[in-house]
Design a protein around this ligand. Structure first.
Ligand code: DON
Length: 317
């Protein structure tokens, strides 16, 4: 065999999956739509051009492109994981008495409770997430925070930290969330000190992750709760169906129906500009791009997921 033939044999070709995400990254890189979240003052400082796509498969393969090491705060995507911890702490029946599983068709920050039960509608909107977080067990505020951080560590595979500036920024401006907490206190849906519950909620939202971490977390949910990189069980597998069901019906807020129709996989967005999507038994997908549409979902993130779903045939039905 000639040297040339040998070199040809050794040529490293990008995998088809890497090519798909590279192409999508190039296609949407210069798109200038949407605006970065500014109702939390610290979030307004983010560079709108940051853009990354990561995929982690349930057998631990990793494909990624762009700024996938860039840290950002997880924001609403944290709600998915806090829900899992509340389910582990109390079981399905009790959690259902405090937070429903019904989509609202309203914005993520709508101040509404179910008329009859007085429960917040679901754990993915702010009201439901604050109620969910107030259920997390622990002897005091520090133990509860440590349990939340330890939970994220299991999903991600390394220690995580809270961005103190983003936490304080939201804590000192988050009066809408505070109003929801008071409303739920009034109806007995939160029974602890609401400032402590809000602090823990703002802290979980300010946990720093990158796009790669988010894809590992999504892959862990796709893999029945077992982190595919570390092999650690991050959440009891019996709650995976609860978590993925509410992600599917409520994770994208007032876009959840269109998302389910077009993309067809459970997902969760955050005002950080992240979207995490789960293809059960196959892969976790994460996109990070800060400019948001009017519903608070990443513009590039939605487009990338729509096209990925079509090209890879990911729709569940
Ligand atoms: O509570 C809030 O408003 C933020 N910490 C999280 C909101 C969020 O990420 C909504 N997602 N699109």
């Amino acid at each position: 065999m000639s040297d040339q033939a040998n070199q040809g044999d050794l040529e490293i070709r990008p995998s088809p999956l890497l090519k798909v995400i590279n192409d999508l990254h190039s296609k949407y890189k210069s798109l200038k739509e949407g605006i970065v979240a500014n109702y939390i003052p610290e979030l307004a400082k983010v560079n709108p051009d940051l853009f990354s796509i990561s995929i982690v498969t349930v057998d631990g393969q990793v494909y990624q492109v762009g700024d996938y090491q860039q840290l950002f705060t997880i924001q609403s995507i944290s709600k998915v994981f806090a829900y899992g911890l509340a389910l582990e702490d109390h079981g399905r029946d009790y959690v259902l008495t405090r937070v429903g599983v019904e989509p609202t068709g309203e914005a993520f920050n709508a101040i509404i409770l179910d008329e009859q039960s007085k429960r917040p509608y679901n754990p993915m909107v702010n009201a439901g997430a604050i109620a969910t977080t107030s259920l997390i067990k622990g002897a005091g505020a520090t133990e509860r925070l440590n349990r939340v951080l330890e939970m994220f560590r299991r999903y991600i595979g390394h220690d995580v930290f809270v961005d103190i500036s983003v936490f304080t920024s939201e804590r000192s401006t988050g009066h809408r969330n505070r109003a929801m907490a008071h409303l739920m206190l009034n109806f007995g849906m939160i029974d602890r000190n609401i400032e402590e519950a809000l602090d823990l909620y703002f802290q979980q939202c300010a946990v720093m992750v990158n796009c790669h971490d988010l894809a590992v977390m999504a892959a862990t949910l796709a893999n029945r709760g077992v982190n595919p990189i570390t092999g650690e069980q991050a959440v009891n597998s019996r709650y995976i169906k609860d978590i993925l069901s509410v992600m599917y019906t409520c994770g994208m807020y007032n876009f959840a129906g269109e998302w389910a129709y077009k993309v067809g996989i459970p997902a969760k967005s955050g005002v950080c500009g992240g979207i995490m999507a789960v293809v059960p038994n196959l892969m976790g997908i994460a996109v990070f791009s800060p400019p948001l549409d009017i519903r608070g979902n990443s513009v590039r993130g939605v487009k990338v997921c729509e096209e990925l779903s079509q090209q890879l045939g990911l729709h569940l039905f």
